[in-house]
Design a protein around this ligand. Structure first.
Ligand SMILES: [Zn+2]
Length: 340
């Protein structure tokens, strides 16, 4: 007897060839087709951009430069708090990375302070202090809070689901949206904010993040044309071997996506722009063997786009975390190439 629903799904998947999986040929027309389709699958985004209404909450000196906390309005009733990190001894315009935390206590990890009192230090594991990591390397950072995480965790539902993303994810589906689509829109508005600032090099905006932050780095790179560099960590794999085989949070799922494309295809929408994929060899929820397989698929797309040397996989020796000392030198070389 076969009683397990996922057993049936695995059988179904084994016969499924995603409709727009890259199978050779010209990259640009394939990208256009897949991008159009993916835009539909991630759901609706607001038709009109509202005013950002930027407010500054505080600004203070840091040994690595200057940090300010701001908030901008992404769409009505969706405010996005963020830290702006400006490196010491670097003249604007700045190269900026938008930094995204995953399922953690929130964006406060990016600058290693406590969430409820930003004046107090906080110990951060696995190099997740992305904002400080950027500043150390002369890069500016915009560390935003993703929907359902940290300061934007659900607090207004009558009975909040046990899993933090569940209420927002399910409501989004009923509204013809997805949480990934909504979070991506916040990243798009973060780029509007950088443009509004006037001190960012708008041709050198990167996205980076770990786990759920890796997810959004990948989808933002695929669908937001103003993203120039991407460094997704602890996410790149195959859908089949990760979110379809191992329990993951509901915010990972996009209705109908696997009928259309695998993850390598979605990352392939970013070719020929530089991408550094970061992964731990012992990641239990995004297995490295599948990551390597997906990377070979991605290399095929980059090679066909004439940019094989612009996609990189950096493998760290531990689990599900970021590896700053291994990843940044590769990305810094790519940034230098953009500047030459
Ligand atoms: Zn989640």
């Amino acid at each position: 007897m076969h009683l397990s629903p996922s057993e049936n799904h695995r059988w179904y998947m084994s016969r499924l060839q995603p409709e727009l999986h890259y199978d050779g040929g010209e990259v640009r027309p394939w990208q256009n087709r897949l991008r159009r389709k993916l835009r539909k699958l991630v759901g609706d985004v607001p038709q009109e951009r509202c005013a950002l209404g930027v407010r500054r909450l505080w600004r203070r000196e840091h040994p690595l430069g200057m940090i300010e906390k701001i908030v901008y309005t992404s769409e009505p009733y969706a405010d996005v708090p963020a830290y702006v990190c400006l490196p010491k001894n670097v003249e604007p315009p700045y190269t900026f990375f938008i930094c995204l935390q995953g399922h953690s206590t929130g964006m406060h990890n990016s600058i290693a302070v406590q969430r409820d009192d930003n004046t107090l230090p906080h110990q951060v594991a696995g190099d997740r202090d992305f904002g400080l990591g950027c500043m150390q390397r002369g890069i500016a950072a915009l560390c935003i809070e993703q929907r359902s995480f940290g300061e934007r965790r659900e607090q207004k539902q009558k009975r909040v689901a046990a899993h933090g993303c569940q209420d927002a994810t399910m409501q989004a589906l009923m509204l013809g949206r997805t949480l990934i689509g909504e979070r991506m829109y916040d990243v798009d508005r973060a780029i509007d904010y950088l443009s509004w600032r006037g001190d960012a090099r708008m041709d050198q905006v990167g996205v980076m993040g770990n786990s759920g932050g890796g997810t959004l780095s990948l989808f933002s790179a695929a669908l937001l044309p103003r993203v120039a560099m991407a460094m997704p960590s602890s996410y790149f794999c195959t859908f089949k071997d990760s979110i379809m085989s191992i329990g993951h949070c509901v915010d990972n799922y996009i209705p109908g996506l696997l009928k259309v494309a695998e993850m390598s295809d979605i990352m392939g929408l970013f070719a020929p722009k530089p991408v550094v994929l970061v992964h731990g060899k012992d990641d239990p929820i995004f297995p490295i063997a599948a990551t390597r397989r997906a990377f070979r698929e991605l290399q095929r797309i980059y090679a066909a786009a004439g940019a094989k040397d612009r996609c990189h996989l950096v493998v760290g020796n531990e689990g599900h975390r970021f590896y700053a000392d291994q990843a940044w030198p590769v990305m810094l070389k790519e940034i230098k190439r953009l500047q030459d």
